[in-house]
Design a protein around this ligand. Structure first.
Ligand SMILES: C[S@@+](CC[C@H](N)C(=O)[O-])C[C@H]1O[C@@H](n2cnc3c(N)ncnc32)[C@H](O)[C@@H]1O
Length: 258
């Protein structure tokens, strides 16, 4: 007859599961209440949830997201603070983490929304920026986000924390290089036509450059146009995620002719 695992055995197995999920390609650790909440809302397959303070999770859920509080708490295992610390990577103020399967998106998933812009990030270095951009793209109902570069993982745990779990709300993919296809490619670059004076086709791929050096010559060479965000003289550039916000919310994204 199978015996119930002791609390110690259960904790050891949870620590093992979370540690493995931080390394595994198909899994992601959702750090914090907002990431768990959005993942659940947008259909993530959640495999395990732990908290060392479920009373706080309950308060947060009731105050900020009553639609998800019940489902989160019903899956949540109450663990002691030491187990929580050993299972996680960094301090988590909201005292909740979950393991979920990553969504596997393809270029076709992005192509389906032919009437909406796509955001392309060339070789982004700061995973917090990547997460912030995915959150913006989800809020603006963008067709998808493409991380362009050899070794970029847009599902990096820090990016998922930065997006507050909104990776599940729209296709997020990685491509080694951006291919020229039917969508116009618009380079968002400090040297370009001013955003306020330009109409950007709504089916564009809006490409943003890497934090330090901006867009590469190779990517600029395939852009149909370049658009700049006006700045006061002396200011070199905006932060990457801030630039994406300016274009998505402030740009004139006109309907395409297609
Ligand atoms: C931190 S900036 C890169 C700065 C880099 N030194 C340059 O000159 O492009 C990162 C990206 O944000 C976008 N960006 C930032 N400020 C911008 C502006 N004023 N106009 C257009 N794009 C901007 C661009 O896509 C840029 O490649």
């Amino acid at each position: 007859m199978a015996t119930e695992p002791t609390a110690q055995q259960r904790n050891a197995s949870l620590i093992k599961q979370f540690k493995a999920a931080y390394r595994q390609d198909d899994l992601v650790v959702l750090e914090g209440f907002h990431a768990v909440k959005h993942a659940l809302r947008f259909g993530a397959r959640i495999l395990a949830v732990i908290s060392d303070d479920p009373a706080q999770v309950e308060r947060l859920g009731a105050a900020l997201a009553p639609d998800t509080a019940g489902p989160i708490l019903s899956q949540c295992v109450h663990v002691d603070p030491e187990t929580f610390r050993l299972a996680t990577r960094s301090p988590i103020g909201t005292r909740i983490v979950a393991v979920a399967s990553k969504s596997r998106y393809s270029e076709q998933d992005i192509a389906r929304r032919a009437d909406r812009p796509v955001v392309g990030l060339e070789d982004p270095r700061n995973m917090g920026n990547v997460g912030a951009v995915i959150r913006l793209a989800a809020a603006c109902d963008i067709a998808g986000v493409i991380a362009i570069g050899e070794a970029i993982d847009p599902w990096h745990v820090t990016a998922v924390r930065g997006s507050a779990g909104l990776h599940y709300a729209l296709p997020v993919i990685q491509m080694k290089t951006l291919k020229r296809e039917d969508r116009p490619i618009v380079g968002i670059d400090p040297i370009g036509e001013q955003l306020w004076n330009t109409s950007i086709p709504a089916n564009s791929v809006l490409v943003f450059g890497t934090e330090r050096y901006g867009l590469s010559d190779a990517l600029l060479s395939i852009c149909d146009t370049r658009v700049s965000i006006p700045m006061r003289p002396g200011v070199s550039s905006l932060n990457l995620a801030t630039a994406v916000a300016a274009v998505l919310y402030g740009g004139n994204l006109a309907e395409s002719d297609r």
